[in-house]
Design a protein around this ligand. Structure first.
Ligand code: PRX
Length: 648
């Protein structure tokens, strides 16, 4: 596994927060030998406590751990109020709309907007500490105001990505028992208005806990207003005061829920709490992107995913940085759009997903040469393994062979990065997440909890709880324990298992090899096979279905469905049937879960006890030879039938 090594640029390292591997090891040694001292010291230094914490960590009820016990704070004050001295007139958010409209929001303006928003929720909608608020918004600054306004009054936000369907939105609203939805009429994509409010209307048809809907008017298209339920943000925000006292929150009060897919069942509401989450969001911003006072930082994610939470809103604002928010898509009006923005705003750190890099590479290989990208200092990637050709293009064409690429590995559940290069310290190997960050005690283990040998594929685990760790699955303690802490024990003690495979190389570098469970990673977004299967089963003519991932040139993985139909009189029109199945998926989940391939088959490979052998189906989808033992299947002949159908 010998790979080329890219050493940090000396000039960059000189001014970096962590300057070399010695400093990295010192920090990691400190954390290993004095875990609570390490975290306690950073928590004291970084957080503006309303009341200091008494103890650092309580593990007595593991995995239900508590950090910074007794501490009181407010996350919106951490992100805004404490910057109102020296950074009052600094740009907090630079917003660029799909059609090129721009807004610069200073920290003072952000404070006014968030305070007004908080007062609106509190006074007009009666939102109280602990209430759940669902946010279903496009990428506009009001989405960030909404998050911070919830944080200010102690409400728990649950953002639902704007690409999810009415059914998916409804499920999440009901699971969280949300009383308010914040949305927009719609927004713009590729120059054209699209709509969100009608999806909310559909989700709220029938019985739901939602009493009020706040609508930000963004594209001013016609929408339906339900009297007594729907209110225009643009109207009522004007009457709110710019002063709202931040609610005093306990370090372990919930901050937000974010639904994500697991290998079984419905999406789970991952819960993050106040202090530990914001501490690590801020520390990783500082360490991994090494953002400096006058830098401009841009993360292209959507606030509907964890990357948008931690690295567009909470992390950058907690450290007082300037964060760019972009409504559009990277290829509109052409594949030079991001590079044009880098030139215009003099972006210093650029953070995106491998899927976006592959799209930009494919559709605009030479576009970066047309712009001045000399402001760039650090490039980042997240969400899925990056392939060496995409890495190389990103490094050379975008970063001018000058900027370190931080391949950040983490998950919704980890709250922030856990394994990543440090741009001024880590000698980088392409497409490799490298080492655990200081304070994260991570290890690749085998099923028995023994450290994996060099080159041996193992399971990526974190062996000590860390501050930004998931605190629970909303309403389901048992699932929380079972999903993350029941598979692997090290020295007799349960450890956090990420669900990913990983491997050490001879230098101890960690490379993530992908999910080991039934989770598919489509364009860096997690999809549970069970979820997609449940959607497909809603089609009246579907008897059985099995869904697997299949490598996809752009998306990393695409969705491949094997479908057994009920009617045995053949398929009248295969294309029509496929379309109908994808229509059901669109309705139940959204466009993001549409299948790239659907194969109609007479049966599925099952064990005698009826378990579908997805491993075999994965191999068939990839066009691999079947090496698994199929003699124990209920009907071994089905494997050859399916395999020959796929080859056609
Ligand atoms: O499989 C890993 C992959 O994305 C999963 C987490 O997805 P999600 O919770 O949606 O969060 C995405 C953004 C953090 C992981 O279990 N993943 C994430 N980052 C990387 C990655 N795979 C390889 N390399 C990465 N850098």
């Amino acid at each position: 596994m010998n790979r080329e090594i890219f050493r940090p640029n000396k000039e960059f390292s000189k001014n970096a927060r962590i300057k070399n591997m010695c400093e990295y090891h010192e920090l990691q040694d400190w954390a290993t030998t004095d875990y609570e001292g390490f975290w306690g010291s950073y928590a004291k230094e970084k957080i503006d406590w309303i009341k200091p914490f008494d103890n650092v960590l309580d593990e007595s009820n593991f995995p239900f751990v508590k950090w910074f016990i007794g501490g009181k704070l407010n996350v919106s004050a951490q992100c805004i109020d404490r910057h109102l001295g020296s950074r009052k007139n600094k740009a907090a958010i630079i917003f660029e709309g799909d059609r090129g409209d721009k807004q610069i929001i200073t920290y003072l303006e952000l404070s006014y907007n968030v305070n007004r928003f908080a007062n609106l929720l509190k006074n007009e909608f009666d939102v109280k500490k602990g209430d759940r608020v669902v946010i279903y918004m496009p990428m506009i600054p009001e989405a960030a105001y909404a998050m911070l306004a919830c944080a200010r009054i102690g409400a728990i936000h649950s953002i639902v990505f704007g690409g999810f369907s009415a059914e998916a939105l409804k499920d999440r609203i009901i699971d969280a028992d949300a009383k308010v939805v914040i949305t927009a009429d719609g927004a713009f994509r590729k120059g054209i208005p699209y709509m969100l409010k009608p999806v909310v209307d559909e989700a709220l048809a029938g019985e739901t806990p939602v009493r009020k809907v706040l609508v930000v008017e963004r594209n001013f298209e016609d929408i339906t207003w339900v009297a007594g339920r729907d209110y225009s943000y643009n109207e009522i925000i004007k009457h709110q005061s710019v002063k709202c006292e931040p609610e005093v929150m306990d370090a372990e009060d919930p901050l937000f829920l974010l639904y994500t897919s697991g290998s079984t069942g419905k999406p789970k509401g991952v819960q993050h709490n106040q202090a530990g989450y914001i501490l690590w969001a801020q520390m990783t911003m500082e360490w991994v992107f090494d953002v400096k006072e006058n830098d401009t930082y841009w993360c292209t994610a959507d606030v509907g995913w964890i990357t948008g939470h931690t690295y567009i809103v909470y992390g950058p604002l907690a450290m007082g940085a300037t964060t760019v928010m972009f409504e559009g898509v990277p290829t509109y009006p052409d594949a030079g759009r991001p590079w044009k923005m880098v030139e215009e705003y003099k972006i210093n750190q650029f953070y995106t997903a491998p899927t976006a890099i592959r799209v930009l590479h494919k559709s605009g290989e030479d576009e970066p040469t047309k712009y001045d990208l000399s402001s760039l200092k650090v490039l980042g990637t997240v969400g899925e393994p990056i392939d060496p050709p995409a890495w190389k293009w990103y490094y050379e064409a975008v970063g001018g062979s000058r900027c370190p690429i931080v391949d950040t590995y983490w998950q919704t559940e980890t709250g922030g990065h856990i394994i990543s290069p440090l741009p001024g310290a880590t000698p980088i190997k392409p497409a490799c997440a490298t080492f655990a960050l200081p304070g994260i005690i991570a290890e690749i283990l085998d099923e028995n909890g023994v450290r994996a040998e060099v080159g041996e594929k193992g399971l990526m685990c974190v062996t000590r709880p860390w501050p930004s760790m998931i605190r629970g699955i909303w309403g389901d303690e048992e699932r929380f324990v079972k999903s993350y802490f029941s598979d692997i024990k090290k020295d007799g003690k349960s450890v956090y298992f990420t669900g990913d495979g990983a491997v050490y190389d001879e230098d101890g570098y960690i490379t993530i090899t992908g999910r080991t469970d039934d989770v598919i990673n489509v364009s860096g977004h997690r999809m549970g096979t069970a979820e997609v299967e449940a959607a497909i089963k809603k089609h009246p003519n579907v008897a059985e279905v099995a869904v697997v991932g299949k490598p996809h040139e752009i998306k990393g993985e695409g969705i491949f469905a094997y479908v057994v139909l009920k009617s045995d009189n053949g398929i009248a029109d295969e294309l029509e049937e496929m379309r109908a199945i994808n229509d059901v998926i669109k309705k139940e989940i959204g466009n993001i879960a549409i299948c790239d391939d659907i194969l109609f088959t007479l049966g599925l490979p099952k064990t005698r006890s009826g378990k579908i052998m997805r491993r075999i189906l994965r191999s068939i989808a990839k066009g691999e030879e079947i090496t698994q033992d199929i003699s124990t299947l209920e009907d071994p002949s089905i494997v050859a039938i399916i395999a020959s159908a796929v080859q056609i």
